[in-house]
Design a protein around this ligand. Structure first.
Ligand code: IMP
Length: 361
């Protein structure tokens, strides 16, 4: 009898430890990724999850300070480029081994966060992440920035050196000692994507891409097996935008009066570069392909208020431009085709609010 109660007690304590993420194992991993060309509102989704999801860690798995996350908390807007959004909500925030880190940007972001009163001791960097050095930035400015409209943050040359096995890792610079993360992930983990599917090094419109894997499988580079992934949140917008060069988004788009209004109403200017983003009507074929590629289970389509403001509701499907008389009709059309073709999608959410997505959790 005593043995039986002992067993119950052990089981009870084990569950509490596991629930709190104290036990040295990962309970599950949720991933949020972009389904387009970046700028899909991932910052909003990830910060809501970091605030309400009870995660033990929020992690970035790829890219560097080329990304731009805008987070709105109680009417205040914050922007980060490198540090994951967990830091805004008291959650340990890790820059993973697949990321590339510019020391100056990292320092600048820490100072910015400290100045705002956030606890920067929560920020951690994998010693295996690679450094972006000054010569990477100069090279990017001369090459990729001119020919492909990169963000000029040294991303392509830094990854080139990494894969040529000629790079330098964070662990080599003692400045990072205080921030190094060389432990295992445990408990509940949220992985915060940067950029989007169509900027992925393998699946994007090469060479008009970034230099890392933006799809959820890239998150496993943080050091967990794919079986740990529980939910995949996919972020999209009700219209498409592209910052940087891409033949799929010709410069002439900027002259279209309706699309021009979307730029203004939607404030489509880059968080990192300040450049005007090219805007086009939603390409539903590409969105469906991105949902399938990523295995998105919870789809969030943001900025529906911008089309409502404009009172124009258009998208392209099977290469034809289709116009709807109301937002409801457009949403019905999207829902019908997504539900028919994307078998993993369980929830389809539309958001007209820059701070909150209803029913996200
Ligand atoms: P890189 O990542 O700076 O080399 O830029 C490569 C391409 O990806 C360029 O077209 C950039 O504009 C685009 N890009 C990189 N990061 C982002 C992002 O966070 N949002 C939108 N576009 C991005």
């Amino acid at each position: 009898m005593a043995g039986f109660f002992g067993w119950i007690l052990i089981h009870y304590i084990y569950n509490i430890y596991n629930e709190k993420g104290i036990k040295m194992d990962i309970k599950y991993v949720d991933v949020c990724c972009g389904l387009a060309w970046g700028d899909e509102g991932k910052g909003k989704i990830v910060s809501q999850l970091a605030r309400d999801g009870g995660y033990n860690f929020v992690c970035r798995w790829a890219g560097g300070d080329n990304a731009g996350h805008t987070i709105k908390i109680k009417n205040k807007v914050y922007a980060t480029h490198l540090i994951p959004s967990g830091v805004f909500f008291g959650v340990t925030s890790i820059i993973g081994p697949g990321c590339v880190v510019n020391k100056e940007s990292f320092q600048k972001e820490l100072t910015y966060l400290k100045h705002l009163g956030f606890d920067t001791s929560l920020v951690k960097v994998s010693p295996k992440a690679h450094l972006v050095l000054n010569h990477h930035i100069s090279e990017d400015l001369e090459k990729q920035h001119k020919t492909q409209g990169s963000t000029a943050r040294g991303i392509a040359p830094a990854y080139r050196d990494k894969y040529a096995r000629a790079g330098h890792r964070v662990e080599e610079d003692s400045f990072f000692d205080k921030y190094l993360w060389d432990e295992k992930l445990r408990g509940k983990v949220l992985c915060e994507g940067a950029q989007g599917v169509w900027l992925d090094i393998d699946h994007g419109n090469y060479p008009y891409v970034t230099s890392s894997s933006t799809l959820p499988y890239g998150a496993c580079s943080l050091g967990f097996p794919p079986q740990k992934i529980r939910k995949i949140f996919g972020a999209a917008k009700i219209y498409d935008t592209r910052s940087g060069s891409d033949p799929l988004f010709p410069e002439t788009l900027i002259e279209d009066p309706e699309l021009k209004q979307i730029i203004e109403k939607g404030r489509e200017f880059g968080t990192t570069t300040g450049r005007v983003r090219k805007v086009n009507w939603l390409n539903l074929d590409k969105l469906i392909e991105a949902i399938i590629l990523t295995g998105t289970g919870i789809l969030i389509i943001s900025k529906v208020d911008i089309l409502e403001d404009l009172d124009k509701f258009k998208l392209t499907y099977e290469s034809k431009l289709i116009e709807f008389s109301s937002l409801d009709d457009m949403i019905m059309f999207i829902n019908y085709h997504v539900r028919n073709q994307c078998k993993y999608v369980k929830k389809l959410l539309y958001s007209d609010n820059p701070e909150e997505v209803p029913s996200l959790l």
